[in-house]
Design a binder for this molecule. Structure first.
Ligand SMILES: Cc1cc2nc3c(=O)[nH]c(=O)nc-3n(C[C@H](O)[C@H](O)[C@H](O)COP(=O)(O)OP(=O)(O)OC[C@H]3O[C@@H](n4cnc5c(N)ncnc54)[C@H](O)[C@@H]3O)c2cc1C
Length: 701
């Protein structure tokens, strides 16, 4: 094949040498606009997982790279004057210049033609003259820009600014530094890349960068500013610039990575935020895959390009997801300023969701022992339970651990009286060892039921029936029992959910109400707009149901304010066009708080986000949680979606946990979160990292 490679970065060089190595008859030319020894940035870090693929693809370059490695196994988190060290990680770093040199040497050994100082300006011309053009020309790729719509480019510009400096100080660990001055909070990601030098990336929010005047500063002025701010950490060493200008990171995705005989490789095809240090690794693994598929399918380059894309895209997407999680952490790090250094460090280390409590325990049992004893309030060095087994106190109620079970509804109540089946489901959940068992939604009025089988609390006989269940759980287990009080609003008068969700009753329905006449789904009934009298009646319903909940012996009341039921539909702009969307929710909370014993907690389940364009957002949830806290609410149960029928759920790992993290740490209230939490390890990680105070654990599948 006659191949033109645009860009002599790690992707272009590695691909070219692998192609020539596999078949010397290929004619491969790399066009690189810069000189051989000119590059941006300083050192790059690799995690140990990378090594196998590189070793198998080309042993000689692997050996030369690993001979030049700086290796270390610790991560230091410097925060509020303390340094917290966690060991047992495996990192290797190399100067970017050295890496490129090694790859260039290998290219020369295999006979790749290297044309430096050659800026490609017309990719189409190259495509006409070659069998294959590989766009390995980095994040601003010309090969991609010439046909953005074909590639289906998506770009996310991150909200922080960073500058990639070097320093003549070799750090002993991967070091995260957080320093605050009069302009705001700055963070550093520093790691050694040879015996003398380290990479030193300084990052801060755009507003902080502007306040500090860094938007107007020259490279020298920026260096002086950062040297002063991080003087203690640099211990007399200098910062060095290599075209180290302030930029915003761009996460880039392309729907497809090839068009005709032009293929994208490395940063030209995708980027992953630098805080997980994977861009070079991904670029080099792309090169391995593309070279392999082209070798396997020599007669069908188009087929090879398709297989290359199918092979690499899912892997890259997983890294991008973890990188976004990590980037979000650094963008929002201010919200963790209330955390103690040890919890701050644990939160940082588990930020991307890939490293858990258990994984850290395997890597560094001493570090996890420190986290656990701190979390349990025990002296360092003593034996402490894992975080999820540490009790949680809410007013006078102590939950013996952090696990909550929330059995699913079977719609099997009769006239609001809970069934034997429901009693068994709750008792089963309590026997599992959970600290808190939460009922399905219990209607405060007959017209507030979701289906005819929704249990209720508007009559004494219903309270008696609940009393029996609650007493039984209290006598047989240590679990506490919470009742989820709600009103179905626009999602009411439906068939039992085993016959399909949100399907209106064919007959025997009742009038449904909402803040405005907006139907939940096209096939739903249109609700009647609630007037003042209607709202007052519902308010009294909540008061009465709270009194009955007390009679029934529940330990906690939780109000259903999410998932598009009545109170949730007040909050969302999609279902309530009024200006004041919080007023009624706060009134209900105050009424319930008054009717409920002072020593027992009130919780509220609310949507951390509607997952629908124009719907309630994370910021709305934080605002509501703050107001609910002032109205006497003690725990926020974070849900998401289901405000309208056609929402777009985020199925990403930890999507709801991220919302809980935001509500908890911004509003300053304890949270409960569910989602796809199935393991004790997951639960320990979430709780110890202050992303939530307790978790709804799903039974194993
Ligand atoms: C601050 C920061 C820190 C990072 N840290 C790490 C890390 O620790 N570990 C890690 O693995 N990754 C890291 N990365 C990511 C890593 O730098 C990239 O993912 C990697 O360089 C991608 O390699 P590439 O070959 O695809 O692109 P590049 O390295 O960008 O190479 C593209 C090449 O194409 C050339 N070029 C562009 N246009 C043309 C043209 N028209 N004609 C000719 N030549 C052209 C450029 O000069 C350049 O040499 C970091 C990135 C940043 C921004």
């Amino acid at each position: 094949m006659k191949i033109a490679v645009v860009g002599g970065g790690p992707a272009g060089l590695y691909f070219s040498l692998l192609m020539k190595k596999a078949d010397p008859s290929h004619d491969v030319t790399i066009f690189e606009r810069n000189a051989p020894d000119a590059t941006f940035g300083w050192g790059v870090v690799f995690s140990e997982e990378t090594l196998g693929a590189l070793r198998d693809a080309d042993r000689a370059s692997f050996d030369r790279i690993t001979e030049a490695w700086a290796r270390w196994s610790a991560i230091d988190v410097k925060y509020r004057g303390e340094t917290i060290r966690s060991r047992g990680h495996v990192f290797s770093g190399i100067a970017r210049k050295r890496l490129l040199q090694i790859l260039q040497e290998r290219c020369v050994e295999f006979g790749v033609r290297l044309e430096f100082h050659h800026e490609v300006e017309d990719v189409d011309a190259l495509a006409r003259e070659h069998d294959l053009v590989v766009g390995a020309d980095g994040v601003n790729s010309l090969a991609r820009r010439r046909r953005e719509s074909t590639f289906g480019v998506e770009e996310l510009v991150h909200a922080t600014k960073f500058a990639w400096f070097g320093t003549d100080l070799a750090f002993k660990a991967f070091t995260f530094i957080f320093r605050e001055n009069e302009h705001g909070l700055f963070q550093v990601h520093a790691y050694p890349f040879d015996a003398r030098m380290s990479t030193f990336i300084v990052e801060c929010p755009v507003e902080v960068w502007r306040r500090a005047g860094l938007d107007q500063a020259t490279e020298d002025e920026s260096i002086r500013y950062c040297e002063k701010l991080f003087a203690d950490d640099l211990a007399g060493h200098s910062l060095l610039s290599n075209r180290s200008i302030w930029v915003s990171f761009v996460t880039l995705r392309n729907q497809t990575w090839h068009d005709g005989n032009v293929a994208l490789l490395g940063d030209a095809a995708h980027t992953a935020h630098f805080t997980i240090g994977s861009g070079t690794k991904l670029a080099m693994e792309d090169a391995i895959s593309l070279a392999e598929w082209l070798q396997r399918w020599p007669d069908d380059p188009q087929g090879a390009l398709t297989y290359y894309e199918m092979d690499r895209q899912p892997i890259v997407e997983r890294f991008q997801e973890a990188a976004l999680e990590s980037a979000r952490y650094f963008e929002n790090v201010r919200r963790y300023s209330r955390l103690e250094p040890i919890q701050f460090a644990f939160n940082l280390l588990t930020r991307s969701g890939r490293i858990t409590h258990l994984e850290l325990e395997k890597r560094d049992p001493r570090f996890i022992a420190m986290v656990d004893s701190w979390f349990a309030g025990k002296p360092e060095g003593s034996i402490a339970p894992p975080p999820m087994l540490v009790p949680l106190r809410l007013r006078d109620v102590t939950l013996p651990n952090r696990v909550v079970r929330w059995p699913v509804s079977e719609d099997d109540a009769v006239d609001g009286v809970p069934s034997e089946g429901l009693a068994e489901r709750l008792a089963d959940a309590a026997r599992s060892g959970a600290a808190l068992v939460l009922t399905e939604m219990v209607a405060v009025a007959p017209a507030g039921r979701i289906t005819p089988g929704t249990p209720g609390l508007w009559r004494e006989d219903q309270a008696e029936s609940w009393r029996g269940m609650v007493d039984r759980i209290h006598s047989e287990t240590d679990a506490r029992v919470a009742v989820l009080l709600g009103h179905a609003g626009p999602r009411g008068a439906c068939r039992p959910r085993r016959e399909g969700v949100d399907r209106p009753l064919r007959e025997g329905g009742w009038e449904i109400v909402a803040p405005s006449p907006i139907a939940y789904a096209p096939w739903s009934r249109v609700p009647k707009r609630l007037d003042a009298a209607g709202m007052d009646a519902i308010l009294q319903g909540f008061r009465h149901a709270t009194e009955l909940s007390d009679q029934a012996g529940f330990d906690m009341v939780e109000l259903q304010m999410g998932h598009g039921y009545l109170l949730g539909s007040f909050l969302s702009p999609l279902t309530n066009p009024e200006e004041d969307r919080l007023g009624f929710l706060l009134e209900v909370t105050r009424v319930v708080r008054q009717a409920w014993p002072r020593g027992r907690p009130v919780g509220a389940a609310l949507n951390g986000a509607d997952w629908a364009g124009g719907g309630a957002t994370e910021d709305d949830a934080v605002g509501l949680a703050q107001s609910l806290g002032q109205a006497g609410c003690d725990l926020i149960h974070v849900l998401a979606g289901q405000t309208i029928c056609f929402d777009r759920p985020d199925y990403g790992r930890m999507a709801v946990v991220a919302l809980s993290d935001s509500v908890r740490n911004r509003a300053g209230l304890p949270t409960l979160v569910g989602g796809d939490i199935r393991t004790l390890d997951h639960s320990n990680t979430i709780v110890a990292a202050a992303r939530s105070d307790c978790t709804v654990l799903l039974p194993p599948q």
